[in-house]
Design a protein. Structure first.
Lengths: 628, 272
């Protein structure tokens, strides 16, 4: 819902001409929206709680904002209508978890109406007035991070949108504990250099806004003022203007750390040039203050871009489930399916090029090297086929199903089998140079470090084997290690998950456990290590972001199903599938949802990203090419 | 390239050990030494393995009526005691590679937290910095709180590994003051994080390699506060042994005024 007067009690309804009063409960607009009561009433507009009667079986609530243009001056009336339409148009194009959705817009009896998502909760001004003492810093810090996120989203639009009225009463805390920005009544597309009239709220607005200037840094100042207010409970509307620096946060609320206070004070600099240049930059520093042990508030956004907006570039139908990651090489996408085939597809169009049939389901990913595609099958055989033609080059039989994905290096291909062996097979001849026997089936795929191989087995060990097949060390977890390790050269770490529910960070040379992170259920997902972070899924439905050197949790994101897919990162965005049938696109810094796309089956397959396209399979048998 | 061609030469037992230098000095101005330091080294050879485990601690206490030196000493002992129990004994018993053992970073954090609690409870009103390096073969695990520092000198380059948890360092980081202004800032001794502060102590953890002939320096602010990085680097580069490096560093800091207690521990990996 959206109105700056939301909390003002309608003690004295606006004087209005004939029939210009507030709508009575029971009144129905457009033969659809039933008015249930008034949420707020102001000079120019009113907001009602409404009910959408198109959903007769349920109480589908909405907020109905009404513009009452009761001005006698036709020009003023026209401006008011234009402003209202602008708000509707801006809101209708925005898709962000912190921005209310617009359902409908219409005019009736010389009044205009905007039907929006009804947000159940209280605004921050009400939250402040109903409490004693101070809000914990941790809480406000999470809010700051969320607010930077939505500001950055607005500022990133083209043209940029300046919210221009950030203040506690325009921020709703919904019943899920997430913040939602309301009242886009004065939000405006930013045109550089263009001055406007001062609209905003005294106390929260920066000096330049009084001169009619508003850009990104205007919103950053108002955010600073809002946070200052929330932390100190000193209402800036009753304090001298621009006096934040004379009223340090910590002198009122000593529980606030100096690091946090300094970040806010920089947002409140008098000169725009001395403030944070962008909400993104401010957010980056805020995130570093987050106590690592605290799960990220609001990391789970239920509001999301409807999958209808992210349309696959193409899909390709296999005949059975796709359980592994596709591989892209020279414009060709290679996909293994449980329908026994490996497929070669044109990655731009999804056009079928060739397929090669094995005698069993293929659970792992293919390995593409030097014009060859190597695949392991449930028929116990590893196949090498020509990457252009799909013609067979050699086969290598094992004594068990091959579910580990082959990995090539040193002129050899390494893979495990359910016969409990790890194989090193010559890439040219297909002959095994060596095999080493482990305690259990090897379904984990090999990570290759500096002349060392890392993998797990179903008996629960993580192994380090040198390239001659000699075991250098092993580490025992408590359950099967199906997850495939990732080797970080920079940190000299091997990161891998175990079905005992733990993610392990092991020293690559010695196997000493450097850190561990416990999730709620089995970890089958393989980690993605990127820029000092580890991303990994768990059967407890969460995707976790951990600091790579310590294993400390930075954020987690909850899906609606087990996350056995292995995440992949590209350009600050993480992609992963879930057994809930969705493919998720998540911001790596904040753990917030960008979009998710529905498939018609569990997504165990793992994504790969190439040039802004995400390729992933689903148990609905389809391969998807999605715009990143 | 085939596997055989790429293979390592036949394994042979090679002794890799640490050379250690260690000096602590009261300086020229203070009446007593509030720094504490601790050095433990273990070299094991046998069973086709040659392994080194080392533990090094530097702590710089603060607080009136000699509370500072009590705090730093207590913290150093506490950290070492916990790491012996949680890392060293399991290592000797060969149970480190099992899931029920404490990971190294957790062991370090718990050890520093134990020191934090002990100082908070037993020496109220005091605090101490704590920089602790656990060296296992070629890997270094650092835990750090406060404004003592760890540096690595290697390949003609000096790298500061730790970040000071001081007010001025934060101001510099936030772009509010320059490095030059920080050096003379009146509040440059104010820490925003110290062992002994009690609740919610955040501990920095760093992982790094100790390359052959690389020199790891742990020191209190009495050393780095008196000497530029350029001089520290020159001494670490030219000293003929870690002990020689420590002595020269302390002499240089005293020559520059010796305004505070000075402690230096230098660790170098040799052989192998």
């Amino acid at each position: 819902m959206s109105l700056d007067t939301r909390q003002i009690q309608p003690t004295k309804p606006t004087p209005a001409g004939g029939g210009d009063g507030a709508l009575a409960p029971g009144r129905v607009l457009q033969n659809r929206y039933e008015i249930m009561g008034i949420l707020g009433l102001g000079g120019m507009s009113a907001v009602y709680q409404g009910r959408d009667r198109r959903f007769p079986g349920v109480m589908k609530l909405c907020a109905v904002k009404e513009m009452k243009s009761h001005s006698l001056d036709p020009q003023m009336r026209q401006i008011a209508v234009q402003n209202f339409e602008r708000e509707a148009n801006i809101l209708a194009t925005l898709s962000h978890p912190a921005i209310p959705k617009v359902y409908d817009y219409f005019s009736e009896e010389a009044r205009s109406y905007l039907v929006m998502e009804f947000i159940e909760g209280r605004d921050l001004e009400a939250v402040l007035s109903e409490m004693t003492g101070f809000l914990p810093q941790e809480q406000v810090l999470e809010w700051s991070i969320q607010l930077c996120d939505v500001l950055q989203f607005l500022h990133d639009r083209n043209p940029a949108i300046i919210f221009r009225d950030m203040k506690p009463s325009n921020i709703m805390l919904d019943k899920h504990g997430r913040l939602r920005l309301i009242d886009f009544g004065i939000a405006k597309n930013f045109q550089p250099g263009q001055k406007g009239t001062m609209i905003g709220t005294e106390g929260y607005s920066p000096p330049e806004q009084y001169r009619g200037i508003a850009d990104q840094r205007t919103d950053i100042y108002a955010l600073g003022a809002t946070l200052h207010h929330v932390l100190t409970r000193q209402d800036p509307r009753v304090e001298p203007p621009f006096s934040f620096h004379e009223r340090p946060i910590q002198s009122t609320n000593p529980a606030v750390t100096s690091e946090y206070a300094q970040i806010i004070m920089r947002a409140l600099e008098y000169e725009p040039d001395r403030r944070w240049p962008s909400a993104e930059e401010m957010q980056r520093v805020l995130i570093t203050l987050r106590p690592a042990s605290v799960a990220h508030y609001g990391a789970r956004a239920t509001a999301h871009i409807d999958s209808g907006e992210v349309q696959p570039l193409w899909t390709f139908a296999c005949e059975d489930e796709i359980r592994s990651a596709p591989i892209l090489s020279n414009g060709v996408l290679y996909v293994c399916s449980y329908d026994h085939n490996v497929y070669a597809l044109n990655s731009t169009t999804g056009k079928f090029l060739w397929k090669y049939a094995t005698d069993g389901g293929i659970a792992g990913s293919p390995c593409v090297v030097d014009d060859r595609v190597i695949i392991g099958s449930d028929d116990r055989v590893v196949y090498c086929v020509n990457a252009q033609t799909g013609r067979i080059a050699w086969t290598c039989p094992t004594q068990g199903r091959v579910r580990s994905s082959p990995r090539a290096q040193y002129g050899h291909v390494f893979f495990g089998s359910d016969d409990r062996r790890l194989y090193a097979v010559n890439l040219q001849s297909g002959r095994a140079s060596w095999k080493v026997e482990m305690d259990g089936p090897v379904r984990s795929s090999v990570a290759i470090g500096d002349d060392l191989l890392y993998f797990g087995d179903e008996a629960g060990s993580i192994y380090c084997v040198d390239i001659r097949g000699t075991i250098k060390w092993r580490y025992s977890t408590k359950r099967a290690v199906t997850s495939s390790p990732v080797y970080s050269k920079e940190l000299q770490l091997v990161v891998v998950g175990s079905q005992d529910g733990t993610v392990y960070g092991l020293d690559a040379q010695s196997g000493w456990v450097v850190w561990r992170f416990r999730t709620g259920k089995a970890v089958i997902s393989s980690p993605c290590v990127d820029e000092g972070m580890v991303y990994i899924g768990s059967a407890d439905t969460n995707l976790y972001a951990l600091e790579a050197k310590t294993g400390r949790q930075i954020w987690k994101y909850a899906t609606d199903g087990q996350v056995n897919s292995s995440p992949a990162a590209a350009n600050g965005v993480l992609y992963v599938g879930s057994v809930d049938g969705m493919v998720y696109s998540i911001d790596v810094k904040t753990g917030t949802l960008r979009w998710r796309v529905h498939t018609n089956g569990p997504v165990i397959s793992s994504p790969i990203i190439e040039e802004d396209v995400v390729f992933i399979g689903s148990n609905d048998r389809l391969v998807y090419a999605l715009p990143a | 390239m085939s596997v055989a061609e790429n293979s390592l030469s036949a394994s042979q037992s090679r002794v890799r050990q640490l050379q250690i230098g260690h000096v602590s000095d009261v300086g020229l101005v203070r009446s007593h030494n509030e720094d504490a330091s601790l050095v433990v080294e273990s070299v094991f050879e046998g069973d086709q393995a040659a392994e080194t485990v080392g533990l090094f601690v530097v702590a710089d206490g603060m607080g009136g009526h000699q509370a500072g030196e009590v705090a730093s000493a207590l913290a150093a002992r506490m950290v070492a005691g916990r790491l012996m129990q949680d890392v060293y004994i399991p290592y000797l018993r060969q149970v480190t590679h099992q899931a029920d053992q404490l990971p190294l970073t957790e062991a370090l954090q718990q050890a520093v937290e134990a020191a934090n609690q002990a100082v908070h409870d037993q020496v109220p009103g005091s605090g101490t910095t704590l920089t602790c390096a656990l060296v296992i073969n070629a890997r270094v695990y650092l835990a750090h709180v406060g404004d003592s520092r760890a540096y690595l000198y290697y390949n003609h380059e000096l790298k500061q590994l730790t970040r000071d948890h001081s007010y001025v360092d934060k101001l510099v980081e936030l772009g509010q003051i320059s490095l030059e202004a920080a050096a003379v800032h009146p509040q440059r001794n104010v820490l925003y994080r110290a062992v002994g502060q009690g609740d919610q102590l955040e501990i920095d953890i760093h992982l790094l390699d100790l390359p052959n002939s690389g020199r790891l320096l742990l020191c209190s602010d009495g050393l780095w506060g008196m000497l530029s990085d350029r001089i520290i680097q020159a001494v670490l580069a030219s000293a003929h042994s870690p002990q020689d490096a420590c002595q020269k560093l302390i002499a240089a800091a005293n020559e520059a005024g010796g305004r505070d207690n000075i402690t230096a521990v230098v660790i170098e990996r040799v052989g192998g």
